[in-house]
Write a protein that binds this ligand. Structure first.
Ligand SMILES: [Zn+2]
Length: 308
């Protein structure tokens, strides 16, 4: 056989092997996510669970990075901060550190023609001395664009930071959540706390805040619900990537759900309907992680107290 021909055949064999391995990993991911459909609580049960009278008084978001996808639409990579009287804080997601954010944005640039990511500083950099007041954290899911920023809180605090997880998030990983989990395991100031309950998981030590196991996007996808003053806030993570996908009941792209992140489209449809129903109440707001324009509107609306 001529050397050139041998080289081509080897390359083809390697390519086929790569496709096969990828196919096996994706198939595993799809079988796993389709087996996850925990019960969803009613609105009444959620309202009872968060009505402590001792809940958080303030809510704000820290934007760790943003990326303009179209001239009028940007993705944001936020941490949400809940603040109890006395200054004790809990963060939902942690965004990314600056260098990781720039890298994370590159495939999105190449695939969609989006602008490069603009990093705005890690959650630790932006909180500074306030990092010490963060007593707990939870993640809507374990993708690295949500977990990567957590370790930036470590140098600025003593004492451990508890990461609260529903059992599905603690137990069920896939190839898309492994890197994000590794970033948490590498942070030297954290410990993991497994939540008990279901379908509503109260978060011990943080009255007015609960978690709900959701699935759909990742096996451990979790929705957090908090009563802040008179308002109910529902943090839906990446169940949808924008408010409009939620409002108009739009699925994500077929190829994204098939190849990029193995999702369960049927479960996501159920979750969108559940979230839309919760969002319908005049005193409730669903917060979608990556929708910068919606977050800015929610943050500026004088009719929405608590957000600062
Ligand atoms: Zn995300």
């Amino acid at each position: 056989m001529r050397p050139m021909r041998r080289l081509l055949l080897s390359a083809l064999a390697l390519f086929c092997l790569g496709v096969l391995v990828l196919g096996i990993i994706l198939t595993e991911g799809h079988l796993q996510i389709r087996g996850i459909s925990p019960a969803l609580p009613s609105e009444a049960a959620l309202r009872t669970a968060v009505a402590s009278g001792e809940g958080p008084r303030h809510l704000y978001s820290i934007n760790t990075a943003s990326q303009a996808v179209t001239p009028s639409q940007s993705m944001t990579f936020p941490a949400f901060v809940l603040e109890w009287p006395g200054g004790r804080r809990f963060i939902i997601d942690a965004g990314m550190e600056p260098e990781a954010a720039v890298e994370f944005g590159k495939p999105i640039e190449w695939l969609t023609g989006a602008d490069p990511v603009r990093p705005h500083g890690s959650v630790g950099e932006q909180m500074g001395a306030e990092s010490q007041t963060v007593a707990g954290a939870g993640f809507t899911h374990l993708h690295s664009d949500h977990t990567g920023g957590l370790r930036s809180l470590c140098p600025l605090r003593d004492g451990q930071l508890a990461i609260f997880q529903v059992p599905l998030q603690a137990d069920e990983q896939n190839h898309t959540t492994d890197p994000g989990l590794t970033l948490l395991l590498d942070a030297d100031c954290v410990r993991f706390e497994r939540l008990a309950g279901g379908p509503i998981y109260p978060i011990p030590g943080f009255p007015g805040l609960v978690a709900v196991a959701a699935g759909g996007h990742t096996p451990g996808s979790t929705v957090f619900v908090a009563q802040v003053g008179d308002r109910l806030w529902i943090f839906s993570g990446d169940i949808t990537n924008s408010r409009s996908e939620l409002e108009l009941d739009r699925a994500k792209s077929f190829f994204y759900s098939l190849l990029i992140v193995p999702e369960d489209p049927e479960r996501l449809k159920i979750l969108r309907a559940w979230l839309r129903e919760l969002d319908r109440a005049p005193d409730a707001t669903v917060v979608v992680s990556h929708d910068l324009e919606a977050l800015n509107l929610q943050g500026e609306d004088p009719a929405i107290p608590g957000w600062r």
